[in-house]
Design a protein around this ligand. Structure first.
Ligand SMILES: Nc1ncnc2c1ncn2[C@@H]1O[C@H](COP(=O)(O)OP(=O)(O)O)[C@@H](O)[C@H]1O
Ligand SMILES: Cc1cn([C@H]2C[C@H](O)[C@@H](COP(=O)(O)O)O2)c(=O)[nH]c1=O
Length: 202
């Protein structure tokens, strides 16, 4: 039986163009997914590059807690990708980019580039990151929602990331795409919907 996924895969293979998005909380294996999808490309003739925002200072490439690594180019803006002839563009930590960068993704797709994007969908307040919303509005070919183990109740259903400062939920309102450092200032817990602490409704 031919499934809709088979049809999507066939269309992708035929045209080479697609937007594939991997979303989920911290520790849900987004990096693992990006590495397993893009790492084989280094052994092909496919022209490709993986970008990370300069705002991401934890590591120099895509690294998974499970192991594995992917070389990245750190950029202030994705516009650099428009200056090259690339068949495939990877974007890690998309929540650290801006709306203008999502416009670059749209242009890459228009030019026939395959784009694979990973990032956190819901911020520390449980709200959709603006660039992720814009990305979803491009109508991705696939959206893969990954889940982690809830660091509170241990159910394998964590959808959110609780950011803690001195052990307390950090719920301050921040500006768009403002990256939180992963340098010990905050600790991060994957949490399910029930265990996630949201800002009080005003
Ligand atoms: N709470 C957790 N839930 C799921 N995996 C976890 C958790 N804590 C640590 N891990 C490990 O993290 C790996 C995924 O890490 P990673 O690929 O870096 O995820 P992400 O890029 O989404 O932050 C898992 O395969 C597992 O080995
Ligand atoms: C929840 C949240 C996280 N961040 C930052 C913190 C980390 O540096 C990255 C996510 O890393 P991952 O393990 O590869 O998923 O994002 C942030 O800037 N804002 C947030 O709300």
């Amino acid at each position: 039986m031919t499934t809709i996924d088979d049809v999507r895969q066939a269309v992708r293979t035929a045209s080479g163009v697609s937007l594939d998005v991997v979303l989920g909380p911290m520790k849900s294996g987004k990096s693992l997914a990006l590495i397993s999808t893009l790492s084989p490309l280094q052994f092909t003739r496919v022209r490709h590059r993986v970008y990370q925002s300069e705002r991401h200072v934890r590591d120099t490439g895509v690294t998974s807690r499970s192991g594995g690594e992917l070389a990245t180019t750190k950029v202030a803006s994705l516009s650099a990708a428009l200056d090259e002839q690339l068949d495939v563009v990877g974007v890690d930590e998309v929540h650290m980019f801006d709306l203008a960068d999502v416009a670059v993704v749209a242009e890459l797709l228009r030019r026939g580039t395959r784009v694979v994007v990973a990032g956190i969908d819901l911020d520390h307040r449980g709200e959709l990151f603006a660039p992720v919303r814009a990305l979803l509005e491009l109508g991705p070919d696939t959206v893969s929602y990954r889940r982690a183990v809830c660091d509170q109740c241990r159910d394998f259903s964590a959808t959110h990331t609780q950011v803690l400062r001195s052990g307390e939920p950090f719920l301050d309102h921040l500006g768009g795409s403002e990256a939180l450092p992963d340098d010990g200032t905050f600790t991060y817990e994957a949490r399910c919907r029930s265990c996630f602490v949201r800002p009080a409704r005003t």
